[in-house]
Design a protein around this ligand. Structure first.
Ligand SMILES: Nc1ncnc2c1ncn2[C@@H]1O[C@H](COP(=O)(O)OP(=O)(O)OP(=O)(O)O)[C@@H](O)[C@H]1O
Ligand SMILES: [Mg+2]
Length: 232
């Protein structure tokens, strides 16, 4: 994970070094006006806040072997959806959560609730980007809503989360590289999101995450065993 942070910090560190050089150049050429100072300072602050955000993103990974706990998938999902709602609203994206298929067996699993929330957060962020991209390419009309649908189902032994969007889906050449660390098709992406998702679901929680194209967009399926306390 240190490697992942180092990767993320390389660019902002370079940018800050460049700005430092600009300060000196501006001074040498007697162009260090108040406007120039403000511009450089803002530039540095922007980079620093990006770096701080990276730390937040990875914080969960640094807490060594925290204990697993029982938690409800349904409430973890709605916590995160509620947190993201304002941001999604301004992007004209509606989120539908359907947990009616957990009525019989509930959705309690034994694992890491915060990390799980991080997974849903990453999936939502990706759907938001895909929908925004479709809007920019005008394959989704401005008047047409972006849609994220999260269906939660359970049996006695498993909980399944089916997460889909209408962001247009994943091109074939991207499909089998999706979960690779640093694989991104976005100019500003780091390619860490889905790698983190898989590490959490498959590495830490012994579940499974997979993806297909639904026709309208991407459809991720997460399968978690309803582990019994003490069995892990
Ligand atoms: N819902 C989706 N619809 C279409 N393409 C997707 C979707 N989710 C992921 N992708 C593709 O998979 C790539 C990898 O996703 P991942 O979340 O790992 O990285 P990222 O979003 O590019 O960067 P970040 O580290 O900021 O999350 C994306 O760049 C995008 O091409
Ligand atoms: Mg992402």
């Amino acid at each position: 994970m240190i490697g992942a942070i180092a990767h993320q910090w390389k660019q902002p560190l370079n940018a800050i070094a460049l700005i430092a050089q600009c300060f000196k150049d501006d001074y040498d050429y007697k162009e260090l006006t108040l406007d120039a100072v403000n511009e450089h300072v803002n530039g540095i602050l922007k980079q620093v806040s990006f770096m701080a955000a990276t730390i937040d993103d990875f914080r969960n990974f640094f807490k060594p072997a925290r204990t697993m706990q029982a938690f409800e998938i349904s409430s973890a999902v709605s916590d995160i959806v509620n947190l993201m709602l304002p941001q999604l609203k301004v992007n004209y994206i509606a989120v539908y959560v359907d947990n009616s298929a957990t009525n019989t067996y509930g959705s309690e699993v034994y694992g890491y609730p915060n990390e799980f929330k991080q997974v849903i957060l990453n999936l939502i962020a990706n759907s938001k980007d895909a929908i925004a991209e479709r809007r920019a390419a005008k394959t989704l009309k401005n008047s047409e809503a972006g849609i994220i649908s999260i269906k939660i189902e359970s049996t006695e032994k498993q909980v399944r989360i089916i997460f889909s969007d209408n962001g247009g889906g994943i091109p074939d050449e991207v499909m089998n590289r999706l979960f690779e660390p640093y694989f991104t098709t976005k100019g500003s992406g780091s390619g860490i999101g889905l790698y983190m998702c898989r590490t959490i679901i498959e590495g830490k929680m012994k579940g499974k995450i997979s993806v297909i194209n639904s026709g309208k967009g991407a459809e991720f399926t997460i399968l978690l065993e309803k582990l019994i306390e003490g069995s892990v």
